[in-house]
Ligand binder design. Structure first.
Ligand code: 13P
Length: 230
């Protein structure tokens, strides 16, 4: 299983270091095949020792240059970071990243052989229209994306389940993952949206779920460790 923690705009450099030490202590008993990813805020990026990979929540599609406020390849290279989240709904919504921009970013980091966790997800009004509308919406988020890319992991995160405490139902996850798996040629597929210790077991036993991308419940090292060991 893949367990990925997206800190979003939480934690500092200092608290990330403490977190990673605590997590490392707590997950010594994890299964050897389990893969752990941590996405701290960019101010906390660094080289850390441990059984996890550190990734960037975002970066600009450039090596370096005049892009005020952004970080590029050069800043990620400094810490050997080769993993990135692209397409998160919060960036699409709040930072107004268009599908074109998302696809451009994807191509750039693909060229540089990054492992990409590519996020897709539908808003509530689309979910309420039914399954066909959901799939149509989700598949449109693959426009311009090379789903044959060898270092691709997809994360399905229904927007209405993010940070709301209300995860999608087992049936919703199951149906959506089954259809998505076909569309992405069986690439690894994570579920995200209110995954937490209380529901991790039932989510990770669903066919077509290869792991989870966790926000709120990953912020506390004990809670995330509990999910990994569940
Ligand atoms: P929550 O786990 O807080 O719902 O967030 C999910 C998410 O957006 C991870 O990228």
């Amino acid at each position: 299983m893949i367990y990925a923690a997206n800190f979003k705009t939480n934690h500092t450099r200092k608290s990330t270091e403490l977190y990673l030490n605590e997590l490392t202590d707590k997950i010594t008993g994890k299964k050897s095949e389990d893969r752990i990813y941590i996405f701290p805020p960019s101010t906390a990026l660094d080289i850390y020792e441990g059984v996890f990979k550190i990734g960037a929540q975002n970066a600009y599609a450039c090596a370096n240059g005049a892009y005020t406020g952004e970080i590029g390849l050069e800043q990620l290279d400094e810490f050997d970071i080769k993993t990135i989240l692209i397409g998160h709904s919060e960036r699409r919504e709040y930072m107004r990243e268009s599908q074109d921009q998302v696809a451009q970013k994807f191509s750039f980091f693909q060229e540089h052989e990054f492992e990409i966790i590519y996020c897709i997800g539908e808003p509530l009004h689309i979910r309420e229209k039914g399954f066909e509308a959901v799939m149509q919406y989700l598949l449109a988020q693959f426009e311009g994306i090379d789903i044959g890319y060898k270092n691709l992991i997809v994360a399905y995160e229904p927007i209405w389940a993010i940070g709301t405490g209300r995860s999608a139902t087992i049936e919703e996850i199951s149906n959506t993952h089954r259809a998505l798996k076909k569309a992405i040629n069986n690439k690894p597929l994570l579920y995200g949206g209110s995954a937490k210790p209380a529901n991790i077991k039932e989510i990770t036993t669903i066919a077509g779920v290869d792991g989870v991308l966790v926000g709120s419940a990953s912020l506390d090292a004990s809670s995330f460790a509990e999910m990994i060991l569940a």
